[in-house]
Each structure stands twice: as C-alpha cells, then as structure tokens.
Design a protein around this ligand. Structure first.
Ligand SMILES: [Ca+2]
Ligand SMILES: [Ca+2]
Length: 269
C-alpha cells in the first residue's frame, strides 16, 4: 500500500532543516542557468516556513528526482515536458485552471520554490469519462510523431513518489503509467501515441491519500500494476515503453484541487 511519512518523523525532521533541503534544493533539474534563487527573488521568496519539511529520501535506498518545479519552466530533469489538460479537445466540458499548457506557482512545498497547482471541475458531456489531467513526459521526444520511450531504467526503481496536497471530490484521482506504442512508425493516432492497453491496468487511485497538508506519497509498481486481465502485460514491458506519468482525475461533476511537487522515482532498500 501507499506509504506516508509518519507525523512524528516530520516533527523530528523539521529540526534538520538544512540537510532536509537536499532534494528540494537539488539543481539536478536539467535546466542549467535557472537557479531556484532567481525565482525566490522574483517572488519575494525566502522560505516562509520550514515546519514539517520531509526528507523525501528517508526510508528508501535511492531517489531519482524528475522535477522539483522550482525553475518555473515546463521541462523536467530528463528533458520531458509538463502539460495541464482537460477534455475539451475530446468534446468534453470540463474546466481546468490554469487553462494553459503549463504553469507552476510559488511558493511550492516547504514555502519555497514552486509547485504545480491545478483546480477545476469535470463536466458531464463525456458521461463519466470527463477528465482533468497533469502529465509529465519522460523523454524530450516522447510525444508524437517520435513516441520515444524513457531512457531511465524504470525497472531499477520500485515506484513513483511525489509531494501532494489538496482534495478530489466526486470523481476518481489516479496516478497512471500508460502502456503505449513506441517508435517512429505506425505509433500515433490523432497526434497521441497508441495506447496498447486500457489504462485501468496501470493506475493507482490516490484520492483517499490526499489531505490539505503536504504529504509524501510513495506509489509502488505493485499497486500501479495490481489489476489483472487477459490482455495484461508484464510490468517490465510497460516500464520499458513508458513515455509519461499522468495524474488523472476522471468522472462527471468532480471537483479537484491538487498540488504536486518533488516528483521522483524511488528504489527500496
Ligand atoms: Ca518545488
Ligand atoms: Ca523544470
């Protein structure tokens, strides 16, 4: 099951503020030249509060940071890009805010840097398939027409972790690792990589794990890939072809308020 950092641990860690910054202060974001401090200055941002800072490397053997969002751009540490989207392109009437391809906000987790914050409502036009989505791709050419899978050895890790807070009412909120066709030929439909399975086979619902306080959510592959069906594929195959991570809110008349920060892969001891 999903793992939360115990509150007592958080209180203890708050004392060790400096060392706890080693992940969120990590410059390993693939965006040389855009230091955190530029944004902190731009937003008047010395850290407001260091209460309850979590060491996001605690309790695991290895963490690979994909993005702490602090440089404010839409590019992550592996050259992929972030996108905010809703179902309007598919005939839906859901509304996501900010209604732009990507925007981060300050401050982020820990009262510093930046994070993703999306709010919105799902409509009814798609009769239950209405959705809002946050996506980060895992390769600079992950999108069509090249549909290039990640170069990260995903099987080396045990799951995806991120800081989150907010709430999700009336619809389901998932982390999804879609299984899609790769390569430059016969791989795309309507500008998107062809999905090889129903994404219900590679997702975990984390709505119940979300609270109004920043929480470290660790979602293991065994939870993401726990469903079985006749056309199931081996997790290793899904991971090898992986092009994106999706935070997916689906259902009619749902209401979402979701913050995301410090997205990373983790490996257990
Ligand atoms: Ca951040
Ligand atoms: Ca970035």
């Amino acid at each position: 099951m999903i793992q939360r950092a115990p509150k007592l641990l958080l209180l203890g860690i708050a004392v060790l503020t400096v060392s706890c910054y080693r992940i969120s202060d990590n410059e390993d974001d693939g965006d040389a030249g855009k230091a955190d401090s530029e944004y902190q200055n731009a937003t008047g941002g010395e850290p407001e509060s260091t209460d309850s800072l979590i060491d996001t490397t605690e309790g695991v053997a290895e963490v690979l940071l994909l993005d702490n969002l602090d440089d404010g751009d839409e590019i992550n540490a592996v050259g992929g890009s972030w996108t905010l989207s809703d179902d309007n392109e598919w005939g839906g009437n859901s509304d996501i805010w900010p209604d732009v391809p990507f925007e981060s906000v300050a401050p982020g987790y820990g009262g510093r840097g930046r994070a993703i914050h999306v709010t919105g409502t799902t409509g009814t036009a798609l009769v239950g398939a209405d959705f809002l989505m946050v996506t980060t791709t895992l390769h600079e050419d992950a999108d069509c027409p090249l549909a290039t899978p990640t170069e990260i050895d995903m099987a080396h890790f045990d799951g995806v972790q991120f800081m989150a807070k907010g709430h999700a009412n009336g619809a389901a909120l998932y982390l999804r690792l879609p299984f899609e066709k790769s390569g430059p030929e016969d791989n795309c439909t309507d500008g998107y990589p062809v999905r090889l399975t129903d994404t219900s086979h590679q997702r975990y619902m984390f709505r119940e794990d979300l609270t109004e306080e920043w929480t470290l959510l660790r979602i293991r592959y065994e939870d993401l890939f726990r469903l079985s069906s006749p056309d199931d594929v081996a997790p290793e195959e899904v991971l090898r072809e992986l092009k994106s991570l999706e935070w997916f809110f689906m259902g009619s008349l749902g209401e979402l308020d979701l913050w995301i920060d410090d997205v990373a892969m983790f490996r257990d001891f």
